[in-house]
Design a protein around this ligand. Structure first.
Ligand code: GLU
Length: 424
């Protein structure tokens, strides 16, 4: 990975879009710095009895449009610049989707795979306790992100409720169904990306089958893989942090089998599943690195892992015609320029992966109104939201003659500056 400060990259993206708008100085000042940055030392008593202290963060970037909103990431690479960038992207994303939230993000610098379940629970509870004065259903609402899930959100909510002295389901989203989570939340990010892609194909009049490579097989990558393979796309390459597989025959992997296999074996490179078999012999010729996966000659490339993976070193080698950004910040600004010259269409993260926070919004509404919506209702509302956002971004890009990322930013900045004017 190219070591780049993701927040510097986020500010370059902001500058690119601001050229199209007549933003006043004071708005520019507030929009280019986070409102509040919280840095924590989180103690954890390990199973061995030793005490270890972890670095934790929450950045509350901006709340013009509503409470700060965004996930909590547990990863060894989490640092303040990354969290700042991720909170900034949440602000833009929420404005693009027109959901009434500001931008926030948090995380802990930790490899959760090295913790026992009890340690993971206690670390989460200690994090929630330390953050509790600064969060709340009308203040800041966390959610899952890389390496965090509904179980972690349940612990977080439980600990916050204890401190608050009352049941507080709407303080986090992405909870389990038994604990006030929304139907459809788990698959929402992948599904939102799928809706955006379908709209794009319609707009461009592109016909399936199309060959897809997906980097990352966590919650987002696995759900979008499943949806695509059920809807006449051919998923020919997949990877996780340990490596990847490529189906040279072009018939596409059986995602249900790959999912089962990955659960059992723990790594996707042992899950070369095509048709009705997972074939370890075929795996040898199908092994592919994460780097090479990005450069495959496919129609659609989906980065669904971490930031900066498409950068000035490899952008020239990308052969896909469409990149659907399901990770946050996978493409650097330098790479963006190269891709544009190569006429590769990039569907930006702030639109493509916004399905997660959109259903988080639905969960927040359900919790507050003591409702529980059926899955069909959630999916229909998500589809409607994603289609509207896609059309607005597409139109803006036509109107301003820009790429889709800049168009999305223009749309978001128009909404944010309008609110800023009204409130100042
Ligand atoms: N972590 C997700 C994202 O990056 C979801 C955030 C949320 O639901 O608040 O969009």
């Amino acid at each position: 990975m190219v070591a780049q400060n993701p927040f510097d990259n986020a500010l370059i993206q902001l500058k690119n879009a601001s050229k199209y708008l007549n933003l006043d100085e004071s708005f520019w000042t507030v929009i280019s710095t986070p409102k509040r940055t919280i840095q924590l030392s989180i103690p954890l008593k390990k199973d061995t009895g030793d005490l270890e202290v972890f670095k934790g963060y929450r950045v509350q970037y901006n709340n013009f449009l509503g409470p700060y909103k965004g996930g909590l990431r547990y990863h060894p690479q989490v640092n303040i610049d990354e969290v700042k960038a991720l909170s900034f992207w949440m602000m833009i994303k929420n404005a693009v989707l027109d959901v009434p939230f500001g931008g926030g993000k948090g995380g802990i610098e930790v490899d959760p795979k090295k913790l026992s379940k009890k340690e993971l629970e206690n670390l989460t509870r200690n994090f929630a306790k330390l953050l509790s004065p600064n969060i709340g259903e009308d203040i800041d609402v966390p959610a899952p992100d890389v390496n965090t899930n509904s179980q972690i959100m349940d612990w977080f909510e439980d600990e916050f409720s204890k401190v608050a002295g009352k049941d507080s389901p709407a303080v986090v989203t992405g909870k389990s169904l038994e604990n006030g989570g929304s139907k459809g939340r788990e698959e929402a990010t992948g599904m939102g990306g799928f809706f955006v892609l379908e709209n794009l194909l319609n707009t461009l009049n592109l016909k399936k089958p199309l060959r897809v490579a997906i980097q990352g097989f966590g919650n987002v990558g696995s759900h979008i893989a499943e949806l695509l393979s059920k809807n006449d796309y051919l998923v020919v390459a997949l990877s996780d942090s340990k490596g990847g597989i490529f189906d040279q025959s072009g018939s596409g992997f059986n995602i249900d089998l790959v999912k089962d296999c990955k659960e059992k074996k723990g790594r996707i490179s042992d899950c070369y599943c095509i048709g009705s078999v997972c074939d370890l012999a075929a795996k040898q010729k199908g092994d592919i690195s994460n780097e090479k996966l990005l450069e495959l000659d496919v129609d659609i490339l989906i980065p669904a892992a971490l930031e900066n993976v498409i950068n000035e070193r490899n952008a020239n080698n990308i052969k896909a015609k469409i990149i659907l950004e399901m990770a946050n910040g996978p493409t650097t600004p330098k790479a963006d320029k190269i891709l544009q010259e190569k006429e590769i269409l990039v569907v930006p993260d702030v639109l493509a992966n916004a399905g997660g926070v959109t259903v988080s919004y639905f969960e927040w509404l359900q919790n507050r109104n003591k409702e529980s919506w059926e899955l069909e209702e959630v999916i229909n509302k998500l589809k409607e939201k994603m289609e509207k956002a896609f059309n607005e971004v597409w139109q803006k890009s036509q109107e301003k003659n820009t790429n889709l990322r800049t168009a999305a930013y223009i749309l978001a900045l128009e909404r944010l500056s309008e609110k800023f004017k009204l409130s100042s």
